[in-house]
Structure formats: C-alpha cells, structure tokens
Write a protein that binds this ligand. Structure first.
Ligand SMILES: NC(=O)c1ccc[n+]([C@@H]2O[C@H](COP(=O)([O-])OP(=O)(O)OC[C@H]3O[C@@H](n4cnc5c(N)ncnc54)[C@H](OP(=O)(O)O)[C@@H]3O)[C@@H](O)[C@H]2O)c1
Length: 342
C-alpha cells in the first residue's frame, strides 16, 4: 500500500513514526518545514510514548515523490486543507482516499464536496505534541474513531490504521465530530485565551463555567443540524454533560466534578491553539468556535460565548492581545455585553 502523510507536525510526526517500516507499506511524508527535514535526515523522527523512545527513518519531501497513493492521511491544520486536497487529487490512485484527522467538521465538508468514496473523515481521540523539530510526545492515549461500515475506503482506512493505533468504529461519525468539537471549542480555545494548561483551566470554577457555557452552545448548534452528540469514549457522554439537568443532563455538581477529573487527566496538556499563536501561525478558530457561531446563526440561535471566544482569539492572532488568565474575565464581560449572558 502506498501511503502519503501530509504534514509532519504533532499528529503527522506520530503517525509517520508509527507507520514507518511496516510490512507491505510504502510511506512518504509531505513536509515544508526545513528544521523537521534536517532532524529527519540526521537522527530520524523520534517519538516518546509509553515510557520509551521510538526512532524511525521516514522519507520526507516537499512534493509527492511516488504517486499514485492508495491513502493520503491529512495531518495539517484545517486551514488550507481543501486546497491541499484539490492539489493532491491527481496523485490519488483510482480507488485511493483521503483520511482526515482535523478537529471540527472539515472532514465531513470534504466528504460532501469530493465524495464519500474519496474522503474518510476520522476523529482523533489521542493527543500529541512536537517538543522540538522531529521530536514528538504522545500527550493523551485514545483511539481513532471511524464511521462503522464496509465500504471500500472505510475498510481500507480501518485496516491501515488498526495496524498501529486502536481504531473504534462508531455508528455516526458526524455525532462524534460534533462531540469532539464541544471539547476543542472549549478546552483548546480557552487554553489559548488564558495560556493555562487544561488542568489549571478546569481546576478553577470560572474556567469550568466557561467550558460549559461554550459547550452548551455547541450542543444547540449540533441539534439545529439534526445531530445528537453522544458518548465519545472514556465514558464521557457529551450530550448528558452539556444539556441542562431538567432535560436529562447531569446535575451541575456532577458536571463540575467530571470536568475536574477530565482536567486532571489532561493536566499537562497545553492548547495546540496556544502553540499556533506562539509560532505566529493562524489558528483553527474559524473551523471551531467560528463554525459554531455560523451554524447557530443560520438556525436563529444566539452564540455569544463562542462569538466572544472568536473575537479574543482574533485579537491575539493580530498581535493585539497576549494569552493570560485575565482574559477569562474579559471573555465573560464580552459575552455578557452581547446581551445573552447566562
Ligand atoms: N495535536 C493533537 O493532539 C491533535 C489531536 C486531535 C486532532 N488534531 C488535529 O490534527 C490537525 C493537525 O494538528 P497538529 O497538532 O499536528 O498541527 P501542527 O503541529 O501545526 O502540524 C501541522 C503541520 O502540517 C504542516 N503543513 C501545513 N500545510 C502543509 C502542506 N500543505 N504540506 C505539508 N505540510 C503542511 C505544518 O507546517 P508549518 O509548521 O510550516 O505550518 C505543520 O508542520 C489539526 O487540524 C488538529 O485539529 C490534533
């Protein structure tokens, strides 16, 4: 099988190290970062996982070397993803497919525009970071979620990934992606705004209230699309977690306790959006909270908390604001000023 991984950042690097050297698989990685290329050609790509170092020699290139590809794993951010797909479409084998890993719904949108036989949307429940060029760390364990089904691209994607990752087929990948969006739009975005690691964010009552306020808007936006977010693995039922207690959701005390536990589990995780801001890169805000605002507005629903998040992250992207804990109070004021505060 001829496989191309696009992007050699946190996620792409881990996928590449895991797939490298597997029998019957020819792997290439598309990389545009010269420091990662230098590291790969020197010591190789290195991954710290399960208390051990794994090193792999992986061919990195700035352009595809050996098309056609049976599978192209898209491990770049959502920004520019559609353009990448259009450029790589001629490099796909006749029955080849793209596999998406992005948070947000861009994988579903690509499947709609390029066809379900060409795009397999994935939902990544594990986490990774790149600690130095070409050096990776697994920050959270968890499976790849893929839509259950037996179509040719789904079966091949499942067979490929399950060689090196736990893969969980799920009945509704759209529901899974919305559930994950509730987490990214709250934890990831608030982690960027506040500069706090997830543990400190969820340890503070104000942080937990903001996470819930943002998440409730995500739930309402999902429902406006006829999607019911549900269990996401690890026992977390996102719907019961986010909907009000009187509608069958968990009681407030339980929500706060669960958030503290979730924060503790991921206490050392820093927001990947914070990393993008520090590196002066555009964030995925438009594909996360921005998408929630657009979806809610189309359905005539208010989304002041997600709108306020977009506004603060926009200021940070333009260099008008620095990450800091004080931004959390400002976020609450901004959402309140929108006339819809809770
Ligand atoms: N990291 C996680 O734990 C995690 C978990 C779940 C989902 N995700 C999702 O996975 C996606 C990737 O995240 P990440 O954390 O791996 O991001 P990342 O560390 O920023 O890595 C993305 C890499 O792709 C490169 N890239 C972008 N466009 C490219 C192109 N056209 N050709 C070749 N390389 C290209 C970037 O290069 P530059 O540095 O030059 O921009 C960067 O090295 C995101 O959408 C994220 O939402 C991440």
């Amino acid at each position: 099988m001829n496989v191309l991984v696009v992007g050699c950042g946190s996620l792409g690097g881990v996928i590449a190290v895991r797939l490298a050297g597997r029998k019957g698989l020819r792997l290439e990685v598309l990389n545009r970062n010269p420091r990662i290329a230098e590291a790969a050609s020197g010591q190789g790509l290195r991954l710290r996982a399960g208390g051990r170092w794994h090193t792999a020699r992986v061919p990195l290139a700035a352009a595809p070397l050996h098309p056609p590809y049976d599978a192209v794993i898209l491990a770049q951010k959502a920004n520019g993803l559609e353009q990448t797909c259009r450029e790589l479409l001629p490099a796909l084998a006749p029955r080849g497919f793209f596999l998406t890993t992005q948070n947000g719904l861009v994988g579903l949108e690509l499947a709609r525009s390029l066809g379900e036989e060409r795009v397999v949307p994935g939902c990544v429940l594990w986490g990774a970071s790149m600690t130095a060029p070409g050096v990776y760390r697994l920050t959270a364990s968890g499976p790849f979620l893929l839509q259950a089904g037996e179509s040719q691209p789904l079966s091949e994607a499942r067979a490929l990934l399950s060689r090196v990752f736990p893969v969980k087929p799920c009945p509704d990948i759209a529901a899974a992606l919305w559930s994950k969006l509730a987490i990214s739009a709250s934890f990831t975005s608030l982690g960027a705004i506040s500069g706090l690691r997830f543990g400190r964010l969820a340890a503070a009552a104000e942080g937990r209230r903001l996470i819930l306020a943002i998440g409730e808007e995500v739930l309402r936006a999902a429902r406006s699309q006829g999607v019911e977010p549900g269990a996401l693995g690890g026992g977390l039922n996102v719907r019961r977690f986010l909907q009000p207690a009187e509608e069958g959701g968990y009681r407030a005390a339980r929500k706060h306790l669960l958030l503290r536990l979730l924060g503790w589990k991921h206490r050392r995780t820093e927001s990947s959006m914070l990393d993008s801001l520090r590196r002066g890169r555009p964030t995925e805000i438009d594909f996360l909270n921005g998408l929630v605002v657009r979806t809610a507005e189309r359905a005539g629903l208010p989304a002041p908390w997600n709108r306020a998040v977009c506004s603060l992250v926009g200021e940070m992207e333009r260099g008008q604001r620095e990450p800091g804990e004080a931004n959390l109070a400002e976020l609450a004021a901004l959402a309140g000023a929108d006339g819809h505060a809770r």
